[in-house]
Design a protein around this ligand. Structure first.
Ligand code: GDP
Length: 363
């Protein structure tokens, strides 16, 4: 966790007292069940020091631009290692193409995209002067679609329109962690954020989220009742965010898959109540990259429940199945927007197609 010196900011005593009063007097989500942690909405401006100051420790999240490249090595380069033989070949006979196919399938690229990549590599090595490695790199990049819009559609900071972001996925994939990390991403970009702890089935989830939020000065709306109605918490969080003029409300949801109909009902209800307050800006599916092709079956269920706008692939650090990025984009028709590259607070990075291919190939 980064607690830079500049991150320990101080508020003038009078300002701190005013903030406390003004927050206390705001009309906040009058729900029988929901409560919220009253923490500062935005990290206060640095430099507002003065005599008689109160200290508020707020993390300064790591800048986004360098996050992916700084962690690219964590992708492991397994595909590149498997393809070392292929890259070194002078003649590309059938055994070479089989080798390429096997390596792509083992990386969980999926059958359809593997076929597409092989066809592209064949065309490139036959038609030009590209080496097998250059051809593979270009073919994978083309299959990833480097021009896809991977931005998070949440408007501009301070623009005045609330952007609700639903985060869905199976338990254990890293959903709550991702919501926490995303709050840091948004805070780093100057957005004000409220968190909604609508995973009410797992007692620790709300506490976990609250801790993430507190580190970057973000409010968490939660229920004190275990098993409370997730839609009610989602609604309260969205309404609170709107009343407070916040830019983004990030809503963590429960992801039990035992009963598909129940899950779909619940997510559908959450989406409906949130939409009553503001149209949903993003519905992000969190998938665990280590589950490979199995994750795709889950993905389909969630895609039926809510119209997805993007994918977050977690646990990409140390998996040899990074090719799942290509497969899941193909299956769902929506782009991977972020990847989880570790358990650290800032180990969530915007997806960078070129950097990703370099990481897969170990370059
Ligand atoms: P949820 O049940 O889907 O909300 O899952 P959690 O957010 O509680 O995360 C489950 C576990 O996955 C935790 O131990 C996280 O630290 C871990 N995790 C989440 N994202 C990543 C990642 O990108 N890399 C690694 N290595 N671990 C992760």
């Amino acid at each position: 966790m980064v607690v830079a010196a500049a991150g320990v900011v101080t508020l003038g005593g009078a300002v701190a007292a005013w903030l406390k009063r003004s927050r206390a007097s705001r009309p906040v989500a009058p729900s029988a069940q929901a409560s919220r942690t009253p923490v500062a909405q935005k990290p206060p401006e640095a430099g507002s020091t003065g005599p008689g100051t109160a200290t508020v420790a707020v993390d300064v999240p790591e800048d986004l631009d360098s996050r992916f490249s700084a962690r690219r090595g964590r992708l492991g380069g397994a595909l590149g290692e498997r393809l070392a033989g292929f890259f070194g070949r002078r003649e590309l006979g059938q055994d070479a193409w089989d080798e390429l196919e096997e390596a792509l399938l083992l990386a969980d690229v999926g059958a359809a995209v593997t076929e597409q990549i092989i066809a592209e590599v064949r065309a490139r090595v036959q038609g030009g002067d590209e080496s097998p490695k250059e051809a593979v790199r270009a073919a994978i990049l083309a299959a990833i679609d480097p021009d896809a819009d991977r931005s998070l559609h949440v408007g501009a900071p301070g623009a005045g329109d609330l952007a609700p972001v639903l985060v869905v996925g199976v338990n254990g994939v890293g959903k709550t962690t991702t919501v926490g990390k995303l709050s840091r991403v948004l805070v780093a970009q100057g957005y004000s954020v409220v968190l909604g702890a609508a995973d009410t089935f797992r007692a620790a989830a709300a506490d976990q989220l609250e801790t993430w939020g507190a580190h970057v000065g973000v409010t968490t709306v939660r229920s004190d009742v275990e098993g409370a109605d997730p839609a009610s918490v989602a609604f309260d969080a969205t309404r609170t965010a709107q009343r407070e003029g916040v830019d983004v409300v990030l809503i963590d949801t429960a992801g039990r898959l035992q009963n598909k109909a129940g899950l779909m009902d619940q997510l559908g209800k959450i989406a409906r109540v949130v939409t009553k307050v503001a149209p949903i800006s993003e519905a992000l599916l969190v998938l665990d990259a280590t589950t490979g092709q199995n994750g795709l079956a889950q993905a389909r269920v969630f895609a039926e429940a809510v119209p997805l706008t993007g994918i977050v692939l977690t646990k990409m650090d140390g998996t040899a199945k990074g090719g799942i990025v290509l497969a899941v984009q193909r299956v769902l028709g929506v782009p991977v927007k972020f990847v989880g590259l570790g358990e650290g607070a800032d180990d969530l990075a915007p997806f960078d197609a070129e950097g990703f291919v370099d990481g897969l190939l170990g370059d």
